[in-house]
Design a protein around this ligand. Structure first.
Ligand code: NAI
Length: 356
């Protein structure tokens, strides 16, 4: 362990053990705790700290209070040559999504494409984790999922959609797959929380107050803004239709809030679309062209204020390589919690996501 200001550098195997132990103490079975730990360590390694170890306290409280099914009775229901629904029985999100992916990959290889919906799960974290795994199997991976209704409808004053993320990955001939992964909001909720904790102002393009007015006060935030106005708003709708309405799940503002009813299953949905490039072109050629894209983007002349052009998502891959080797920077308060006897802090149940 090595410390810099308020950050602790933790080797990835140590972080994995700490997360797994904490989730097991909260009541999660080993195999599932292992999978959640794999996922959170991946997210922190990529620098996606909003979806890494910072979530353990919430997950532990949710697990301890019965908000996830500890022994989910899952079912992979094949509904056509390339379509299926993975029934997740409100099991812990990362475990359910990973198991659904493990079924979707062979289906895509067999039929050329797999469209697999996950019905009823809890929060499944950073979507790049799943699509990267698909791309490591020479498939193109696309995933999207529902999340809490925290985003103001474009032109309105009330929240309707979630931060509904979309992720994409494609294999390359050399190097790790290209992986791009984003929420459809200007900023993740975690960035507002960060500004609250530091009492910093936020740009007025991130969020609105209770009257739907743009705000620079993180404590006044009552709704997030979609990326690119009506365009991000439209993407959110697409995500909600494909991972909610299509699967017969609650949609839009009817999607449950993360914190409100912490003792109940969340009934969330997620979708995988996996495509086998071999069914459309020569696989090697596809992968070579992906390499060419990366090289050409790297050779692009940077604009003022930029040192280099990266391919979309490249910074996460660079973080991953560095942090896996040198250790992962973790907020000291999170490290202290993970190494303490406390299982969770009892701080989420019954609250609005926007409560201070
Ligand atoms: P972000 O805004 O930090 O990054 C978005 C994408 O842009 C990433 O792929 C990143 O690598 C890329 N990027 C950033 N700067 C770049 C640059 N200079 N050049 C090239 N590419 C660059 O991500 P965001 O929107 O904050 O999302 C974070 C995570 O939250 C994602 O993993 C997402 O899946 C997850 N999420 C999960 C939700 C859930 O309910 N499961 C809900 C919302 C988000």
């Amino acid at each position: 362990m090595n410390m810099k200001e308020n950050t602790v550098i933790v080797p990835s195997s140590d972080l994995h053990q700490l997360i797994k132990d904490k989730l097991e103490k909260a009541g999660l079975y080993t195999e599932q705790a292992q999978e959640v730990a794999n996922h959170l360590v991946f997210a922190d390694s990529c620098g996606i700290h909003s979806h890494g170890a910072v979530r353990v306290d919430y997950y532990a409280e949710q697990i301890a209070k019965g908000g996830v099914t500890l022994d989910p009775q899952t079912d992979f229901e094949v509904t056509g040559p390339s379509t299926a629904i993975f029934h997740g029985d409100n099991g812990v999100g990362q475990y359910i999504a990973n198991n659904a992916l493990a079924e979707a990959i062979p289906l895509a290889k067999e039929s050329g494409v797999a469209v697999v919906g996950i019905s009823k799960m809890s929060h499944s974290g950073a979507l790049s984790y799943y699509v990267k795994k698909a791309a490591e199997q020479d498939l193109i991976g696309i995933s999207m999922c529902q999340s809490d209704p925290m985003v103001v409808a474009f032109g309105g004053t009330e929240n309707y959609y979630g931060t509904n993320p979309i992720a994409f990955a494609a294999p390359r001939k050399t190097g790790a797959p290209v992986v791009f992964d984003m929420a459809t909001t200007v900023q993740a909720w975690g960035k507002i929380l960060d500004a609250r904790s530091k009492n910093l102002k936020i740009p007025n393009t991130w969020a609105v107050d209770k009257d739907g007015k743009p705000t620079t006060d993180p404590h006044a935030v009552n709704g997030l803004l979609p990326i690119a106005g009506p365009k991000g708003y439209g993407l959110m709708m697409m995500v909600d239709v494909l991972s909610g309405i299509l699967l017969g799940l609650p949609f839009g503002k009817h999607v449950t809030s993360m914190y409100d009813k912490i003792s109940e299953g969340r009934d969330l949905g997620q979708l995988f679309i996996l495509i086998d490039p071999k069914r459309f072109t020569d696989l090697d050629l596809f992968k070579e062209k992906m390499d060419q894209v990366v090289s050409e983007l790297h050779e692009t002349k940077p604009a003022d204020g930029f040192e280099q052009v990266y391919y979309p998502g490249e910074l996460s891959q660079l973080n991953y390589e560095k942090y896996q080797k040198e250790g992962i920077p973790i907020e000291k308060s999170i490290y202290d919690y993970l190494t303490s006897e406390t299982v969770h802090f009892d701080q989420y149940g019954g609250k609005s996501a926007f409560a201070d």
